[in-house]
Design a protein around this ligand. Structure first.
Ligand code: HDE
Length: 703
């Protein structure tokens, strides 16, 4: 039986048109102009009353025969499906992948054959530990899962925003996840790694140390999905038409550069806007600022693998970009939000085993385990083997097979033939040329449970990551470790972790021990292999060394009052537009203010609902009169104090100065606090914003 997915794409422009409504089958129905469609049951029966259930008498009992009520409540009762065991909280968007460099020599994958070709894509970003309703800015790894609907079937690169992982063997996955999730007796903490169980497991699992450096760094508190890198983590294979294999690692590089928030800010954002990352992606895409990443590949052969310092099958190791420069081969653009969160983002099923011909697996033991896990999890979550029938999971290329029946089967074979070979001359047959052929790697050896000796170095790359950071970033790692361990109630766990840090960096171990108030330093943890001190720093691992030097895609919060200088405000907005940045006007009342020239300025936010943590930088443009009222407003004081504490650039008119006095920072004002005098000065202020933060305020050099 032949099936094609060439279903007409819905005409999006018309979906919200009054004259078209979408039916439950996804089809659009025409209704006469001005006519309201009739509400029906799921069986299509017209409903006469949706406000009252069927009762015997005015105040009597409800009748069992009320099939409309029964169906409505039945369906409602079953609205939830199990959330993902990990990565439950996520947010997705549609877009496309464009091939910018053909890789015909290294892979036969169709997607890399033609420069300029676009392949539809769906991406889901997520946190790992929290449940579906948890807040966005947990300290956590972010999932970065990409589904590419290629001409040879779906290819899922189910990656993270961190290029290494906690464990080396998939059999440890339930343990690491159990340890980070809420503790089973008390049911908390939610979406937090700062508790005993997590650090107990970590401190007993030295292989996690490299990953720990990453999750304690600012990578784990990104400012936006748009400003994160993504990584396939494992070594995969490309296989070309001649059957030659090349190893490959996948990297996604954000076009607008990387950016994170600081911890104190993250904590406050979670209260002020738990959907911070969702809202950010939604707003960017809805306003036409489509986020974009480059796909870069690190390609290497067996020779390189043999020579490299670490085992390329070990997912707790990376290959520094300076050692093996990545090649840019494509770009990923997200330009459309799902029409329905549940149907698409919640039901999307990513699977590492979804690879097209020309992409293949390595023996990374984590990847091998994942290839089992993802199919299993889809059955549990989506409830049927037919989860590929859901539009978000169905391939967009023609597909033909004899799988049939099961729950919710919607695409059963038509006609008599549901097997092959058959004598009826019908139906699809396999193709040795076009079909997926596994790379014929030679495998032999005793069947055993063993960790390869080549996986035994747990500290050298952790150290390399640490020494590659700027002093500011290093200080953040120390502060994060201190915070997390301060929440651990069992002193021996704190000590055990510091013992590992001694194998990474003495200074780091000492500062954490001191900040925790440990009585002296423990002995370094026994190391299976002595940590290397000779690995060169890799600048690519630092966020701040790779700053975008522009404010594009970022958001300025502009605080105004009645009497705001209209020329300055307009100058500022113009300069931001030129920089492709966005802004929000924050006023004491959401009704807005009247500017100096008598014009009405609409507000996006009321001050009490818009703390400065929601912005990348702030501008204070009160009038003298407006200022007087702000001085006694705690929201105004927090607005400024937090912006300053979080090293944000603060632009201000002279009238705002008393606020600095009021919050006690007037004596410490630095070059990150910029006076805006006259309309022309606004452009200068916006130019300074390109540095994103004034890190010198933290007392450590930024570079
Ligand atoms: Fe996953 N992982 N994982 N994982 N993972 C899931 O699949 C699993 C691992 C990642 O947005 C689950 O559909 C095992 C590494 C992402 O829908 C589950 C192991 C990396 C997502 C699963 C790992 C990831 C998942 C849960 C250890 C980075 C979210 C729901 C071997 C390279 C995808 C689901 C989305 C989701 C299993 C380790 C990334 C249970 C067994 C390493 C981005 O199948």
């Amino acid at each position: 039986m032949a099936r094609s997915s060439k279903r007409a794409a819905p005409d999006r422009a018309k979906i919200h048109d009054q004259t078209l409504i979408r039916g439950h089958g996804g089809e659009l129905h025409q209704v006469a102009e001005g006519e309201t469609p009739i509400l029906t049951t799921a069986q299509g029966g017209p409903v006469s009353d949706d406000q009252n259930s069927l009762r015997i008498g005015e105040r009597g009992p409800t009748a069992l025969e009320d099939f409309h009520f029964r169906e409505k409540i039945f369906h409602f009762d079953h609205e939830r499906i199990p959330e993902r065991v990990v990565h439950a909280r996520g947010y997705g968007a549609h877009g496309y992948f464009e091939t910018t460099e053909a890789l015909t020599d290294v892979t036969r994958a169709d997607i890399f054959q033609r420069v300029g070709e676009r392949t539809p894509a769906f991406v889901r970003f997520s946190t790992v530990a929290g449940s579906k309703g948890s807040f966005d800015l947990a300290r956590d790894v972010r999932g970065f899962a990409v589904k590419l609907y290629t001409q040879e079937g779906n290819w899922d690169i189910v990656g993270n925003n961190i290029p290494v992982f906690f464990i080396q063997d998939a059999i440890k996955f339930p343990d690491v996840i159990h340890s980070v999730k809420p503790e089973p007796d008390r049911g908390f903490p939610q979406a937090q790694s700062a508790h005993d169980n997590f650090w107990d497991f970590i401190s007993l699992t030295p292989e996690s140390m490299h990953m720990i450096m990453w999750v304690m760094s600012d990578r784990a508190i990104p400012r936006s999905f748009r400003f994160m890198e993504g990584f396939g983590v494992h070594s995969f294979r490309f296989v070309n038409a001649d059957g030659k294999s090349t190893f490959v690692k996948f990297h996604w590089k954000p076009k607008l550069g990387m950016q994170s928030v600081v911890w104190n800010e993250a904590v406050k954002i979670n209260g002020a806007d738990p959907d911070f990352h969702r809202r950010d992606l939604w707003q960017a895409i809805q306003s036409g600022n489509f986020p974009e990443w480059e796909l870069r590949v690190q390609l290497f052969d067996q020779d390189f693998a043999d020579r490299f310092d670490f085992d390329i099958l070990d997912p707790t190791k990376l290959i520094p970009e300076e050692v093996l420069p990545p090649r840019t081969v494509g770009r990923l653009v997200l330009d459309r939000m799902p029409e329905n969160f549940f149907a698409e983002t919640e039901q999307v099923a990513f699977m590492t085993q979804n690879v097209p011909p020309g992409v293949d697996f390595s023996n990374d033991p984590l990847l091998q385990g994942r290839n089992f896990s993802y199919l299993d999890t889809q059955l549990k979550r989506l409830g049927s083997t037919n989860f590929t029938h859901l539009p978000i999971n169905a391939p967009k290329c023609p597909f033909h097979h004899f799988q049939q029946d099961g729950h919710m089967a919607m695409r059963n074979p038509a006609g008599r033939v549901n097997y092959q070979p058959n004598s009826w001359g019908e139906g699809p047959r396999e193709s040795p040329e076009k079909g997926f052929r596994s790379f014929p790697a030679e495998e032999a050896g005793p069947k055993q449970r063993i960790r390869a000796e080549s996986f035994a170095d747990h500290y050298s790359q952790a150290r390399q990551f640490y020494i590659s950071q700027t002093p500011v970033e290093q200080a953040h790692i120390a502060a994060a470790l201190t915070f997390e361990l301060s929440k651990v109630e069992t002193p021996v766990i704190r000590e055990r972790l510091v013992a590992h840090l001694l194998n990474i960096d003495n200074g780091l171990a000492k500062s954490v021990a001191q900040a925790l108030g440990l009585d002296g330093l423990p002995k370094p943890a026994p190391a299976a292999i002595a940590p290397r001190q000779d690995l060169e720093p890799s600048p690519a691992l630092s966020i701040l060394k790779n700053g975008p030097q522009r404010f594009e895609g970022r958001k300025l919060g502009i605080l105004v009052t009645d009497g705001v200088d209209a020329a300055i405000l307009n100058g500022l907005i113009k300069a931001l537009k030129r920089e492709k940045a966005v802004h929000e006007i924050i006023a004491p009342k959401v009704g807005g203010v009247t500017a100096s020239d008598g014009s009405k300025v609409a507000a996006d936010q009321m001050l009490a609902g818009a703390p400065s943590v929601l912005y990348d930088a702030v501008a204070l443009l009160p009038s003298e009169v407006g200022m007087a009222a702000l001085l006694s407003d705690p929201a105004a004081r927090d607005f400024v104090a937090d912006a300053f504490a979080h090293c944000k650039f603060i632009g201000h008119v002279p009238a705002a100065r008393p606020l600095f006095d009021k919050v006690g920072i007037a004596d410490g004002l630095d070059d990150g606090v910029i006076e805006i005098v006259g309309a022309g000065a606004a452009a200068g202020f916006v130019e300074a914003l390109g540095r994103l933060r004034f890190w010198e305020r933290e007392g450590a050099p930024a570079g």
